[in-house]
Design a protein around this ligand. Sequence first.
Ligand SMILES: [Zn+2]
Ligand SMILES: [Zn+2]
Ligand SMILES: [Zn+2]
Ligand SMILES: [Zn+2]
Ligand SMILES: [Zn+2]
Length: 491
Amino acid sequence: MELYELKPYILESCHFLGMKVHQMTTSNWKIFFPEKYRDEFNGQEEMVITFEKTNDPHATYITFETYFTQKIAQLVAEYNSGVSSGTITTTIQTHLDKLKDSFPDCNLQVTSSLFERSDFIMVWFKTTVNLYLTEEYLKGFKYSLKTGTFENVPSEEKLNDFLDEIKEEQITDISYDLIDGAIQKLYAIAQEDAQTFITEKLKDHEATLQKEINRINEYYDLLESENELAESSKGLTPEEELALLKKERKNLIDQQIKKSRIQQQEVTIEPVAILLLKENNESAKVTVESPFGKVNIDLISKTESNINCSVTNESIGPFTITSDNLIAKTNRVFKCSNCHKCLGDHKKKTCVVCSSELCDECKEVSAISHSTLCHNHATECQSCLHTISAEELNLCANCNQFYCTDCNPSGKCHICNSFKPVVTITPQLHEILKSLPENMQAKKFDVSERGNRINLLGKGLIFKSFLIVYDKTSHSIIYTDKYNLFGRKSK
Ligand SMILES: [Zn+2]
Ligand SMILES: [Zn+2]
Ligand SMILES: [Zn+2]
Ligand SMILES: [Zn+2]
Ligand SMILES: [Zn+2]
């Protein structure tokens, strides 16, 4: 290297290492050392250098041979050898394959896909802790330059596979400042980590000491209690012997404490490997479609996608998509026998008569028992017009009609129980009377009306003579009955 090249070499190298360079005069530059380099320069925070021979006592004259130049060259070399870089590309393919397996009766379509770049810096620190023993451990950290968050470093068993996936590549578009800042953050984290390690060790150490002290105390407690009973073998009085034991006990404990005192506490943390990692991670939207419905699922290559059954919350399939566009396990769906929708079986209702499966929209409910009915087994009570099951009808012995157990609890229906004399002939009554057969005429009428039915009781002067049941929906008389002289039914 020629002499005239020294200045640009030094200034560029300082810049590369993240040292701020400030030109003070035409010949003097002030170099600011980031904290991590200060140890290399006798703890100095800054230094004024010059490339010209000078008498200025504040400026250090720099040549190829000076310590400063050699140190800078060494740091640059260390940096270049310590940092590797590469890219890793992750696709959604494995997630997609898994998804296909999870939805065996569905069609999958990737509707959009993109690769997103994230940059990471991974640093493995070797930490050496000097307490009463020297202990060493290696620990890796992964830091996202984009989000400033930490991620897990692959475990030791998976590390080789992970490194194999990385395509070595120079990454030149990440600023040194960003990398330097990240390394410093990681360094601080590694320091915290080491501190936790030390705290644990000291706790262990303290526990061991305490155990030893307890052992001494137990031993002397025993000696002292034995001594209270008898004279000592050395001819001392019990009081003298006790005083002696007390002194011995204290000495032994003091010795233990002294022995266990930690002489020095030294921690060195050095990065042994630095990896600049560019990740290209694919994310995609996938439409999953069953014959009944569809759902959009986001797949992110680095994240395990979470598929859950909307019925059981289980995450292991096989799944399908219901008519209301929800994910459900294939064994937890049913098809409505009426509208043929496919739905989660927590929405299933079953007809109490024929057990056919129904959705909420298709089910009927009995007003009496509140049980579920299908259309075939639901009927309408013509008196109260409520929906009920055919099995909840009672025959009225008087009018021979079936009404629900509310309208006909005892064998004689409410209609038959509430006859009132006809006061005015309504147009409807007029129509009914007009349609009466010739042989069914009366002077007076009692009427009872409810729901779709009108019961009419034709009366002679003294006795009832006939009963008719008129149905409003069919506009016809659906039942007639004649009474004999004694008011009993004639048939
Ligand atoms: Zn239905
Ligand atoms: Zn049914
Ligand atoms: Zn009824
Ligand atoms: Zn009713
Ligand atoms: Zn009746």
